[in-house]
Design a protein around this ligand. Structure first.
Ligand code: AMP
Length: 195
């Protein structure tokens, strides 16, 4: 059956120090499954990534994992994904994840999560896709990043319209609903082949 929507989620390959992060990953994963959706993610079984994917599967959702050969052991590729794609390199991983998604969401994570979030945001501002991009600012985790980005606008290196391309939320269900609704009305025009 075709999923109601396909959401690409970027998040930590670790769980972080507070239990609230893993709880939020469960909420996101479960919400996707309970709403008939499909999770697209990096295909790992560790950290928030694994917690979230297990929650989606347990709630009856589809999970598409995309992982480069070189990370299959390091990130414990999740072999029970509905679809697990082992690809040649990181670029192929990110392109496939972007192509298979209707919208993107970043949860708390580390350097890999930051890089992926900034990449789809920059692709959006360049017009490579017009899919909604969200940031879940759980427990103020991203407060300092958002403060810095505001400072960049003040210093004239960024514009308000660029900031407005990202939907920031503090509650997972409300942000998920916003992204899925926005994806339903997006034109789905993409030029991801240009990447
Ligand atoms: P992290 O947020 O650092 O725990 O990483 C989360 C995910 O981002 C992992 O699956 C990493 O493989 C992935 N990732 C994607 N791009 C990069 C990158 N350029 N450097 C490190 N990790 C990356």
């Amino acid at each position: 059956m075709t999923p109601a929507f396909s959401l690409c989620v970027y998040c930590g390959s670790r769980t972080g120090t507070a239990t609230g992060f893993a709880d939020a990953a469960v909420t996101v994963g479960r919400w996707i499954g309970e709403h008939g959706g499909q999770l697209v993610y990096g295909g790992g079984n560790n950290g928030l990534m694994g917690v979230m994917a297990n929650a989606t599967l347990a709630a009856g959702g589809r999970v598409v994992g995309v992982i480069p050969h070189a990370l299959v052991e390091k990130e414990w590729a999740k072999l029970d994904c509905t679809e697990l794609h082992v690809v040649d390199n990181m670029h192929e991983r990110k392109r496939m994840m972007a192509e298979r998604a209707d919208a993107f969401l970043a949860l708390p994570g580390g350097i890999g999560t930051f890089e992926e979030f900034f990449e789809v945001w920059t692709w959006r501002q360049l017009g490579y896709h017009d899919k909604p991009v969200g940031l879940l600012n759980l427990d103020g985790y991203y407060d300092t990043l958002l403060g810095f980005l505001g400072s960049s606008v003040q210093h004239g290196f960024m514009s308000d319209w660029q900031m407005e391309l990202v939907r920031v939320g503090t509650e997972a269900p409300a942000l998920l609903e916003t992204l899925v609704n926005a994806a339903a009305t997006a034109s789905r025009r993409t030029s991801l082949s240009q990447i």
